[in-house]
Design a binder for this molecule. Structure first.
Ligand code: DGJ
Length: 755
């Protein structure tokens, strides 16, 4: 796993068997980018890769010499002021107001393992032999500001984790107006950008565009990573597919405002950067102070998108998620939200829990509405004590009854928020984020607490600790239902205000850290009006997150498929809900709802007392099935097979089919989900080609319900299943027609077992 430094040429070659990443110290002491791609044999000199054409308008560094301009140099971390006129990774504002810093190479060190990031989530190692970290120190001689660029190379993964850290060793205050986590300049622009976009209820839909000259970007200015864009982008060659070709991802381990930007300059150089969004950001760096950027995780694949995603899955499942629940089977849960909303009392929710327990559910989660006097979304956030009307015996009374069933009990909180109609607001109006003398903007009738103030975080922590300290709560759903607006920390000076967005998220992380350390066995699930903060930062604290408030199985196909590009299925909160569905009013079969939800952290969100006995029995069987296949699903390798976003076989309506599968690490078992949104009419033949199997082994295919005679019980070698596939044509009639499994919104689940 070498990180090699060639002293003579000042070249760093960061490489393993998956990729090479090559940078050098430029003539002016700054760091240049030479190569990122498939692994190259090491050699002393790669500097010829930095081709600089002389261009007359370029601002040049050395007088009388027109051969060196940063405008025309591929760089590693461009900083404002040096003649590069593209977008910058960092901007330092000096005491005299100049926007200039000249960070020159001073030294570097390669250390085994991976250091922790102060106060921020990040990937980690369990053993120093898993990775090496290169830290390059650069200094601006005039201001004595220091910049450390850090690169962790994992030995057995196609992963490079980067961050930057600023230290002010000078005597005067500097201000950082931008400080991205990573920048890469690539020598050509023949890439397509993939990102994950949407809105509430349709999060992380795949979006693809060829790069064009100029800037293309994804971002959030909402104070959370957002439903609109995810802090994750991919560049792939236009011809790259799920199974072949070059691509790489850049994922930010962060949950606040971000910018992921790809700029193609006029000479076809592609500049990719990712980090905290510079808008609304101005960080004061007093003498001795430091600023640590979040981590950007870069994954390279020469073998298509599935390989790239699998590297993220494995890394985030085992080296980002932490703690007691990381490797343990997660409970099958039932959540009260869609069955009762805020209209419930102790007996009603107990009745749902008791029935669910009888069917095999492990955990009952009481969602919003249990505290203060919260009968609608206009009150009580911040008052974390039980509403005596609904829970006369308190949370404890209900929790005791439920745990006496042999079931676990979980509870919803929205820790970062405050309602004007609350005791907390009466006592501490100054704890609310708002601009003085302006009317504060509400979102869902609520306001944000100022988590930049440690006393606010402490207060909320203490309220939650009182409840978690009873030992009766095994799970917390941590919700967050509004974006940050009119951002201002009351009572703080003007210079502080540019730090509020980032400090707010640091406060959220501090509270997560405190609670997860104090209650290591409590399972945390993150949530933000569904998937408004589903990101790598959250996964560090909460190993699972609610991916969307849209619980319709057909809508979920797109959401789960899109999310799978960067996140493991073991992190995706996915539930079976009632029909007609509460978001899109669609009626899908119970089987389809479960067949989709199995590929996530499985659970239910409906009133099990209100469904017919045969459906209750079906649920019992589903839970048994999920538990029997838990290991395969949670720890298997996930492959996307057919995209719900189109590019389907000729003939069938665009996006009408979706397929994915998980394969056990030893390739002896697999589970394939095949979903068809629309019943075709007298359609052409279609086959489903699998992936990840052993070509040499013989497998038996079992259709778990539909019993298609052309495949069920048949055996095939892995090579045939992967290269020819098996037939899933179904144009309406045939000897195996059963009405139950035909029509729109159908799914089939195939078990593949090596003989
Ligand atoms: C938004 C969440 O995504 C829902 O699941 C639910 O918890 C509601 N908030 C409760 O207000």
């Amino acid at each position: 796993m070498p990180i090699v430094y060639h002293e003579h040429t000042k070249v760093f070659h960061i490489h393993n068997r998956y990729f090479s990443y090559i940078i050098d110290v430029l003539r002016n002491g700054q760091i240049g980018q030479l190569y990122f791609g498939a692994p190259l044999k090491d050699r002393e000199n790669f500097t010829h890769m930095q081709v600089n054409e002389r261009r007359d308008m370029d601002p040049c560094v050395y007088e009388g010499d027109q051969s060196f301009s940063l405008e025309d140099t591929k760089q590693e971390y461009p900083v404002t002021g040096n003649g590069d006129l593209r977008n910058m990774a960092a901007t330092v504002v000096n005491p005299d107001g100049s926007r200039y810093a000249d960070f020159k190479y001073v030294s570097h060190v390669v250390t085994p393992g991976k250091p922790k990031l102060e106060g921020l989530p990040a990937t980690y190692v369990e053993d120093d032999a898993e990775a090496e970290t290169l830290t390059i120190t650069l200094v601006d001689e005039v201001t004595k500001a220091e910049l450390e660029l850090s690169y962790t190379l994992y030995a057995d993964r196609p992963v490079l984790a980067r961050n930057a850290r600023f230290v002010n060793h000078g005597e005067r205050e500097l201000v950082l107006d931008a400080a991205m986590s990573a920048n890469i300049d690539l020598p050509d622009a023949r890439w397509n950008m993939l990102d994950f976009t949407g809105a509430w209820g349709r999060e992380r839909h795949l979006d693809e565009r060829p790069l064009k000259t100029g800037v293309q970007s994804i971002y959030s200015l909402r104070g959370h990573s957002s439903h609109q864009f995810n802090p994750f982008l991919i560049l792939k060659r236009p011809e790259t597919t799920e199974t072949a070709g070059e691509c790489f991802g850049v994922s930010l381990v962060y949950s606040g405002n971000f910018l992921g930007q790809v700029e193609v300059d006029n000479y076809h150089v592609t500049r990719v950067m990712m980090g905290v969004h510079p808008e609304g950001f101005a960080w004061r760096l007093g003498p001795g102070a430091t600023f640590q950027t979040p981590e950007a995780v870069i994954v390279y694949s020469a073998d298509g998108l599935n390989h790239m995603s699998q590297a993220y899955h494995e890394l985030y499942r085992t080296r980002l998620a932490r703690g007691y629940w990381r490797d343990r089977p997660r409970p099958v849960l039932i959540n009260s939200w869609e069955s009762t909303y805020m209209r419930f009392d102790e007996d009603k929710v107990y009745g749902i829990a008791a029935k669910a327990h009888e069917l095999g559910v492990d955990l009952f989660v009481l969602d919003d509405g249990w505290f203060g006097h919260r009968d609608n979304d206009e009150s009580s956030l911040g008052d974390w004590f039980a509403d005596p009307k609904k829970l006369p015996n308190g949370v404890e009374g209900l929790a005791r009854r439920i745990t006496a069933l042999g079931m676990k009990f979980g509870l919803w909180f929205e820790p970062e928020m405050i309602s004007k109609d609350s005791r907390l607001y009466e006592a501490h109006p100054e704890w609310m984020i708002r601009v003085p003398d302006r009317t504060p903007l509400h979102g869902r009738n609520q306001f944000e607490l100022d988590f930049t103030k440690p006393e606010v975080v402490d207060y909320i922590a203490e309220q939650m600790e009182k409840i978690l300290g009873t030992g009766l709560v095994s799970y917390v759903k941590w919700d967050m239902n509004r974006s940050m607006t009119d951002v201002f920390s009351q009572g703080r000076p003007a210079g502080f205000q540019g730090e509020v967005y980032h400090r707010q998220i640091l406060g959220v992380y501090a509270l997560y850290e405190r609670l997860t350390s104090k209650f290591p066995e409590v399972l945390f699930e993150s949530c933000a009006s569904g998937g408004g903060r589903f990101d790598a930062g959250m996964l560090y604290y909460a190993p699972q997150g609610w991916i969307s408030d849209d619980s319709d199985a057909i809508e979920r196909l797109k959401i789960q498929y899109g999310t799978s590009f960067g996140y493991p299925i073991s992190s995706m909160g996915s539930h079976v809900s009632a029909v007609p569905n509460h978001q899109v009013f669609r009626r899908t079969p119970l089987k389809t709802r479960a067949d989709v939800a199995y590929f996530g952290t499985f659970g239910y969100e409906l009133d099990v007392n209100k469904i017919p006995p045969e459906e209750q029995e079906e649920i019992r069987a589903q839970i048994r099935f999920f538990k029997d296949h838990y290991d395969l699903i949670a720890h298997g390798t996930f492959y996307r097979l057919i995209s719900p976003f189109g590019a389907n076989p000729v003939g069938l309506q665009e996006g009408a089919e979706t397929a994915w599968m998980v394969v056990s690490p030893d390739r002896s078992r697999a589970l394939v989900g095949y979903y068809r949104a629309h019943q075709p009419v007298n359609e052409g033949y279609r086959s489903l080609r699998l992936a990840g199997l052993d070509p040499e082994r013989e497998y038996e295919v079992h259709d778990t319900a539909y019993r298609m005679p052309q495949v069920d019980g048949e055996t095939f070698y892995g090579d045939e299943l992967m290269h020819r596939g098996f037939d899933v044509s179904d144009s309406g009639f045939g000897p195996w027609t059963t009405w139950i499994y035909q029509g729109d919104y159908q799914s089939r689940l195939f078990e593949i077992t090596a003989r």
